[in-house]
Ligand binder design. Sequence first.
Ligand code: PLP
Length: 439
Amino acid sequence: PTILEQYIANHAGSAERYRDAVGIFPGGVTHDNRYAEPFPLYITHGQGPRKWDVDGNEYIDYVSGHGALLLGHSHPAIAEAVTEQILRGTHLGACTDEELRWARAIMTLMPAVERIRFHSSGTEATLMAMRLARAFTGRNKVIKLQDHFHGWHDYAMAGSDRPAPGIPAESWSSMVIVPSGNLDAVQQAMERDSDIAAIILEPTGAHYGQLPFDAPQYLTGLRQLCDQHGVVLIFDEVVTGFRASPGGAQVRYGVTPDLTTMAKIVAGALPGGAVGGKADIVDMIAQRGDPEWDNTERVYHPGTFNGNPLSAVAGATCLELIASEPLNERADAMAARLKAGLNEMFTRMEVGGHAYGIASMIHFTLADGDFDHEFGPEVDRQIKSAAATPAVTGIKRGLQNHGIDIMGRDAFLVSATHSEADIDATLGAFAATLADARD
Ligand code: PLP
């Protein structure tokens, strides 16, 4: 049987549910990236590095909650903290000790965070970071790097030739798109336009490093350009935060942004986000005097679930564990084993593929090409076009047949709970999938 025939045969329960779902959700799904041909998997539960589907198939999971799960599924300490908090109230409609504990855990790991505000998602965090930068500088425009992802609000979606349906063209007129990894392009944009408030980017390259750049050199250059031009430097650490290192990409590379956006791991894989950074910028939100007075000089920030106690205890528990145990080291070591194993396999099986990435974020492409170095900007386009090939899409389905679930088409987000045996089983499944694809 072909990969697709096997997939259909092994996942009858998922197919059945999807037939109902298409009449309920647009496209049958609740997140664009969960759409899959001919149908997506329906998962019932997860534990550590594993999860199970409605047909009883077991997976080693590298979706890792879209990157939110550095500590694996249902970590006992997080599960216990959340369960206890549910019994004490899910929304106390007030300031809490839990939000203070959460903020302190973040500030311990990320010293550049002098002030912080909580949101419910990464999308909200990037929207707020851009707004804060505009308010602080009195300028209107934001530079965004081509292909970098910052959520789904109107400004974050800027990047292609024209706005997608539903997005007003005016919101894009305040966005300046420059190629990723190219300092000259940023310099020219800042010199050309005195109305630039901020630059926002994923600090390990688009899609957490699918399109990498020479991070230390590029980030240091951006820091200098921002200082020269009075532009706010925003690192979107929604994925890299607490994963690229315990203190995110900024600590890994020693480059300090003015603002950092966070979500996913920061909330212990519950819904939650945050924007933190320089006190004088984040303090643009601060109210003074009569709380009912709508101070037009400040940045407005309500939000029913800001700092909600469930996310606060999950996030604080997760980050305190990251601070006290070598969890990143463990995840990174497993990711390094996976990356080396994949590259060794591509050579052995004479597949023109390449696995690359840093920390616990591994990508692969199955294109032929010269991949001597990992982070040169010239490999970007090559990697991108390779990752978009149907061959890679087929691999995802084939890996699912063999009990491996990857993020998107090309990514392994490794957790501290993946073991050497899990990595070796993953490599075996990948080899079997490549063999299937050749048949
Ligand atoms: N920024 C980056 C780098 C992301 O990867 C994502 C989501 O994957 C977001 C922002 C948006 O976060 P959310 O999905 O929580 O809105």
